[in-house]
Ligand binder design. Sequence first.
Ligand SMILES: [Zn+2]
Ligand SMILES: [Zn+2]
Length: 648
Amino acid sequence: MVEQSEQVRVTLSDGTSVEVPKGATVADVLALWKKSPNGWVAARLNGRLLDLNAPVEEGGALEPLSPESPEGLEILRHSTSHIMAQAVQELFPGTKIAIGPAIENGFYYDFDSAQPFSPEDLEKIEAKMAEIIEARLPFRREEWEREKAIALFRDRGEKYKVELLEELQDATVSVYRQGDFVDLCRGPHIPDTGYVKAYKLLSLAGAYWRGDERNPMLQRIYGTVFPDKKALKKYLDFLAEAQRRDHRRLGRELDLFSFSDEVGAGMVIYHPKGALLRHILETFEKKEHLRRGYQIVMGPTLLKTELWKRSGHFDNYRENMYFTEIEGQSYGIKPMNCLSHMLIYKSKVRSYRDLPIRYFELGTVHRHEKSGVLHGLLRVRQFTQDDAHILCTPDQLHGEIQGIVDFVIEVMGLFGFSYEMEISTRPEKSIGTDEDWERATRALMAALEDKGIPFQICEGEGAFYGPKIDVKLRDALERKWQCATIQCDFTLPERFDLTYVGPDGNRHRPVMLHRVILGAIERFLGVLIEHYAGAFPTWLAPVQAVLVTVTDKQLPFAREVYERMREAGVRVEIDERNEKLGFKIREAQMQKIPYMLVIGDNEVEAGAVRPRQRDGRQLDLMSPEAFIELIRAECLEGSGGRIGLGAV
Ligand SMILES: [Zn+2]
Ligand SMILES: [Zn+2]
């Protein structure tokens, strides 16, 4: 008599239900179902991740993972890090392995090797990986007693794995093998190395073991992998384009700003063109805020530490602040601009008739960021916010928030950014009454709903002092950046006892909004440089036009035109260097100047200029005055009517 093997019933993602012998592999079950264009990489059975060659020991819901799915892609990426580590150990015997996780857009592995890796080594490693992939080595999972696993890795000289194992509590651990390579790993992994079809090693970096600078410095190799060649190419093209637009490179090439070790990390030094660009943005901001009923204020940079204690910053934010002592008195350098604004509010008795009050400051703040996270203009230690604080009655809250949302939308449109909005609600640890939170959160939502703006809710992600709207803008490469925020605050009006006299003659608490539109100007400039790839629209360009003569003979006329334009407020340069015309033209193109005016005998004779646009288009001959008008019109159009000539 043949014994019936035990059967289990498995239900697949589309509702198909199949009966299979207990112990059949996940791959066996999926073979009965359907194919995925790039194969399945792993699966979830009743929520638990499994390798494809794992046995199905129980019935239930089986969800296969394709390499296109977020989890499947992560498994593919992490598996490729194992393959890279195998290649490295085969090429560089004695190299110890640390950790090799999947990350956003790829993976890395950290190595301890006596020999420093070079970019040429990356090519060798890639070639070795190709051999391993070609060999279709299966990934085999093994369960080991922890003590035995420690002995195994100690034998192999893998001290980092031993250290990791010694910290684990588990009695048994899993290791994965492919070929002679062994790694401590939870898995799951792709069934065999042949599943990797489109990969690329990208870069080298140093990284401390466990991110701690007291530990040895390891060598990190970054790579990426995609389900197919097409997706990989798309990503590599994106990387190349991002590199072309990199604001740190453009900042140098366009002579906008620099950083200096002598000054200190995270402190921006603005060169003339960068400072001018910032000046234009700031002019725009001041005009725009005044137009919208804000008042410009300015507060000091150093404020007594006592005040930071009262505001709660000393208790909650001290690690990010810089302190100094003068004549025995301790001061904190402001990380935020709120405090002076509240002191201005408190400088006299306020009536409901005075509200809303909107204080605006281009406030320069300092925040201590770890040196590891500093990144060009995007992450700095000193920056200037376009910061405002609005104090209003509860009834005015809705209208005020709407006003800010309108402001954000208009400004983002001007720069050609699309955006997404998020509302963050009450976190577990928070202050203020339920009623306060309810009203403020409602007001934030209503302001977006009234405009028909879709938004995401980030449950419990608000600040402890109130809910907020975050605006994430998308640049030309579809990357998301946090810029504007609108935050309600219930604490500071309490702590500083801000009041207004209501129609009933009693004192009431105003509601306070903190908000920025561009956010940190430094960061916004960085995003802007990358968004435009350094080719700023005419209204923002630090140099709008450059005059170039064919020979020195035309110089007197060129100088005259230059003077007329400069007088009118056009940001113009004249290239009087003793260089060839072609050289000067190329240089102006590299500088991405919107207009080039080449002056030859014809122009001198006609007393006119023939502007050539940055994209190479040639305009008709026109008088210098007509050209000035053209620039003025372009500035006004670009800035939504706010900025004309001369950044005013
Ligand atoms: Zn692994
Ligand atoms: Zn504030």
